[in-house]
Design a protein around this ligand. Structure first.
Ligand code: IFM
Length: 457
């Protein structure tokens, strides 16, 4: 049988990702302060079913067992975020020693299991005390963020190499301040764009404050990219796809990698463009050690210029079209059009309506195919010359999916929220096997396929 061999580079960092508010729970214990997501989820009508992250996966109390699961999955790295209000309950001022201890113990447990910790400083849970002072619409918040970044670097920098400042600034800005679907729930494009600018300024200030403490760590930022594509090759459609790229995606890529906002996007936003102070763009476009790319799907522009997926195409439970080939194109574009630093795929995964079989197994073939096909795309991009250093599945385990509550399951590990029991899904078995083999082989077209998971449960 002929096979296609998808072997990844030596030292490729295979991991899985989570975020503090989505898994930790323990929202009001051991001195943790309130975050904007506590306030938002406790407000009626904001989250599906009135669900909250109060308990979530109770990872705060169960982290040691969770690290043991990661070890069984053969993970080489674990991307997690730090809850700012857990370590600084008011966002600034007095620290919470119990919060710092928690992350100390987590990092030590990971290192003990030979798993590299990959830290995200901001995955959406701003301390409510800072929100009460204006939050991200106030420029002062950038300075508080830089101080918090320095605190964490002082505490964990001896053991953590990779640091991401923000997770998905575009989602923070657009969903938190333009559509209101996320905390803090404002609906103003102008505010969203000013907040977006402040997030980038805060990123630049944090790079400086972290590098002043430790110059040899790797610091970057994680962007969520949904590349617009035209359904057909007409000049009008291609132009509207490009306009959307500039307004939604390049709006964050260009300041970081080209030191200016995209020209067409700037024109399109008219009077809503942000106020920029002298020196901001240099601060924002400092050297990055890596860019994290979170990829889930593309935005396909239909003939009417609206986003409309091809009828009959496959979608995940989020309603997101499954389009692995667009990931390869995106990575190549980042390489060719931008002087892009090394890339980590910091999130990629699928929400699937999983069913626990009577014997406790979860046969999530759709998730396995999704992960496999996207890994093929990553492999192809590497072959095209893109410097991709690692890949993190979203997510290690089922968790609180923001405004969707617990209704969407992205994990390669199943969580029974009533008992907190964890079960490794077939996708988890497949992924552990892939990590162990540093890739996989696939039969060539026309050859019979083999079972996806060989590992015995
Ligand atoms: O769950 C989120 C994560 O917090 C950020 N990126 C997208 C994921 C799936 O929606």
């Amino acid at each position: 049988m002929t096979r296609n061999n998808y072997s990844f580079p030596r030292d490729f960092l295979w991991g899985a990702a989570t975020a503090a508010y989505q898994i930790e729970g323990a929202w009001n214990v051991d001195g943790r302060g309130e975050s904007i997501w506590d306030r938002f989820s406790h407000t009626e009508g904001k989250v599906n079913n009135g669900e909250t992250g109060d308990v979530a996966c109770d990872h705060y109390h169960r982290f040691a067992a969770d690290v043991e699961i990661m070890r069984r999955l053969n993970l080489k790295a674990y991307r997690f975020s730090i809850s700012w209000p857990r370590v600084l309950p008011s966002g600034r001022g007095p620290v919470n020693p119990a919060g710092l201890d928690f992350y100390d113990r987590l990092v030590d447990a990971l290192l003990e299991a030979n798993i590299e910790p990959f830290v995200t400083l901001y995955h959406w849970d701003l301390p409510q005390a800072l929100e009460d002072m204006g939050g991200w619409s106030e420029r002062d918040t950038c300075g508080y963020f830089a101080d918090y970044a320095a605190l964490m670097m002082r505490r964990l920098g001896d053991r953590v190499r990779c640091w991401a400042t923000f997770n998905e600034p575009a989602i923070v800005s657009f969903l938190g301040f333009r559509t209101g679907q996320h905390a803090p729930g404002y609906r103003s494009q102008r505010l969203a764009l000013q907040v977006g600018h402040h997030l980038l300024v805060a990123h630049g200030m944090a790079l400086q404050s972290m590098r002043a403490i430790k110059s040899d760590s790797e610091a970057g930022i994680v962007l969520s990219l949904w590349p617009p594509e035209a359904q057909s090759d007409t000049p009008e459609l291609k132009a509207s796809a490009e306009k959307l790229w500039q307004k939604d995606e390049a709006w964050f890529v260009d300041p970081l990698l080209r030191a200016h906002y995209p020209v067409l996007g700037w024109q399109e936003y008219g009077d809503d463009v942000p106020e920029i102070r002298p020196g901001d763009m240099a601060l924002i476009s400092q050297k990055l050690d890596f860019i994290g790319v979170n990829y889930y799907s593309r935005k396909l522009m239909g003939p009417d210029g609206q986003i409309s997926p091809v009828p009959g195409s496959e979608h995940t439970e989020m309603g997101w079209e499954v389009t692995p080939s667009s990931l390869r194109k995106l990575l190549v574009r980042l390489q060719e059009e931008y002087r892009c630093p090394p890339i980590y795929i910091t999130e990629n995964g699928a929400a699937v309506a999983d069913r626990v079989a009577e014997d406790g197994s979860i046969h999530d073939e759709r998730r396995i195919s999704y992960l496999r096909d996207h890994l093929v795309a990553v492999h192809n991009a590497i072959t095209d010359g893109v410097d991709v250093r690692g890949y993190f599945v979203w997510s290690l385990m089922d968790n609180f999916e923001w405004a969707f509550g617990y209704s969407k399951r992205f994990g390669i590990v199943h969580v029974d929220y009533a008992t907190q029991e964890r079960r490794i899904k077939d996708s988890g078995l497949w992924y552990s096997q892939t990590v162990r083999r540093n890739g996989f082989q696939l039969p060539s077209a026309g050859e019979p396929s083999e079972p996806l998971v060989e590992t015995a449960r």
